[in-house]
Design a protein around this ligand. Sequence first.
Ligand SMILES: Nc1ncnc2c1ncn2[C@@H]1O[C@H](COP(=O)(O)OP(=O)(O)OC[C@H]2O[C@@H]([n+]3cccc(C(=O)O)c3)[C@H](O)[C@@H]2O)[C@@H](O)[C@H]1O
Ligand SMILES: Nc1ncnc2c1ncn2[C@@H]1O[C@H](COP(=O)(O)OP(=O)(O)OP(=O)(O)O)[C@@H](O)[C@H]1O
Ligand SMILES: NC(=O)CC[C@H](N)C(=O)O
Length: 560
Amino acid sequence: MRIGLAQINTLVGDLAGNRRLIEAAYKTLVAQGAELVVFPELVVSGYPPRDLLFKRRFVADVEVMTREIAASIGAVPAVIGYTETNTTRQGRPYFNSAAFCQAGKILTSGRKCLLPTYDVFDEDRYFEPAASPTVVEFGGRRIGLTICEDIWTHSMISTRHLYNGVDPVAQLVGKCDLMVNLSASPWYHGKGHVRHTLVADTARRLGCPVAYVNAIGGNDELIFDGRSLATDANGRMLAGLAAFRDDLQVIELGKVTPHSRPPVVPNPADAPYLHASFSQEELADIYEALVLGVRDYARKTGFKKALLGLSGGIDSALTAVIAAEALGPQNVIGVSLPSVISSQHSRDDAAAVAKNLGIAYHTLSIADVVAAGEKTLEPLFAGRPRDIAEENIQARARGLLLMAISNKFGALLLTTGNKSELAVGYCTLYGDMCGGLAVISDVFKTQVYALSRWINRHKPIIPVNSIDKAPSAELRPDQTDQDSLPPYDMLDAILKGYVEEGLSRADLIAQGFDQAIVNDIVRKVDLNEYKRKQAAPGLKITPLAFGVGRRIPIVQKYVS
Ligand SMILES: Nc1ncnc2c1ncn2[C@@H]1O[C@H](COP(=O)(O)OP(=O)(O)OC[C@H]2O[C@@H]([n+]3cccc(C(=O)O)c3)[C@H](O)[C@@H]2O)[C@@H](O)[C@H]1O
Ligand SMILES: Nc1ncnc2c1ncn2[C@@H]1O[C@H](COP(=O)(O)OP(=O)(O)OP(=O)(O)O)[C@@H](O)[C@H]1O
Ligand SMILES: NC(=O)CC[C@H](N)C(=O)O
């Protein structure tokens, strides 16, 4: 049997646009000989629709659109993910469904059994789970329909305990000759390998081939990498679709086709998210993910241009490289905003990265704005020592000017803060935190270095000086980040344990970290929740990013 895998990039809520993509992909795959075409999860609405589902007409509109799409489906069936009203009047109002369409109609709908409700997923908020997966008979084969989480019961990241032992794959054993899985599985570093293993295990458990079709594209903070795949009954990979781009492929079950790019296999012996363990392929993956995240955020929200402040430091340089790749250098504006404190080498490094990338570059001194601010405040501040208030006026003057440029030219302001800074609040509210999208807010500082060196592997796009010099906010003379923070490799290791793994202070101290440093970092992380709640949404590249997947109260007193 030849299966068409339709790995397409939908836009949440753009029902008419998504319909065009679905119909075009169907036509192409049928023309290429597909005998069954499979689309990703919730492809009609885009994933995740979140509280659009609570708009009174949303699901009804999706259902109408799904029927219209079904009307365009011919003799070759298509399996299409959509939202369906739960007409039983029991439980949640909707189902997360897969429509099996043929000859102009929805013949049957399979419904998702396991509803992920952890990290960035909230499906239990909207959907009613099905008791078991649906099996459809077609072409002499029994096809098991499953939706994303339905196959995540025996994974390395086991979620079995969440579902009281319900296992849709076990329910399908002996009942299907082919299983299809419609997915919207957002990427994070290392996940491609997990999925591959999961699909292969599922095929072996069922003793039949599996076709796994994943979404691709950026939606808010989530980046879907695609990498759809098919395996034979022994879990042997038959084909793999492209990573981080649309792809349509017809796969002959039983015949191995060369895959575009197999998932990266992380080295489990290393701490997986810290730079020491990153292979070149892993860095390439992170880079491509961030480029896709920026490109799709801008494209889908209607921005052609982006801008950012170029300080001469490594964070803004890396962000500029990603933006130039995502939007084209002609669509990126770099602005140097020196104060009286800014060093000459910082200005030179900012100019150099702009020149290397071929982006527009402007220099605007903030001296007058800062002086005007300080003069205005003088009567109120009289007799008080200069402190963080004056330092932050500089960061805020930059935010003010950058947002004015954003308004004037319709360019999206990108923030440049990394995960380490955001974790400990080493950033100025309404200053360098101004902006619409946080490009590297899920990238630890040590990873910023690793990515920058990787970018420079062929030629030095990021000035070597930006990489080698001691990081500094340059808000007071001779300031360096390490005046207030421990060395970044230590900071990142503590943050990974505390933020991503949920470890306590005692756990971290038992791992050998200095007690005073652990206490200081943990205190800062907790204290700065208020800043993160006001931060721009950030692209997710780790299993636990700040934002929708980590909901810590601001007002709380728990000491771990
Ligand atoms: N719980 C809470 N809920 C809501 N708001 C709260 C709050 N606690 C304080 N605040 C507010 O927040 C203010 C303090 O925050 P904020 O004004 O940002 O100032 P703050 O965090 O005190 O200072 C910014 C820090 O970031 C460093 N920095 C700045 C810029 C760039 C970089 C870099 O290298 O990237 C580093 C800078 O050197 C300094 O150490 C308070 O004055 C108060 O208004
Ligand atoms: N002189 C400057 N000109 C333009 N933008 C600046 C300047 N200083 C700071 N910024 C903006 O504010 C952000 C915070 O930078 P800052 O230098 O304070 O700390 P950083 O985290 O070390 O960042 P970077 O590595 O980019 O310097 C920068 O990434 C940049 O976007
Ligand atoms: N849409 C989903 O069901 C996603 C959940 C799944 N565990 C994944 O990340 O791939």
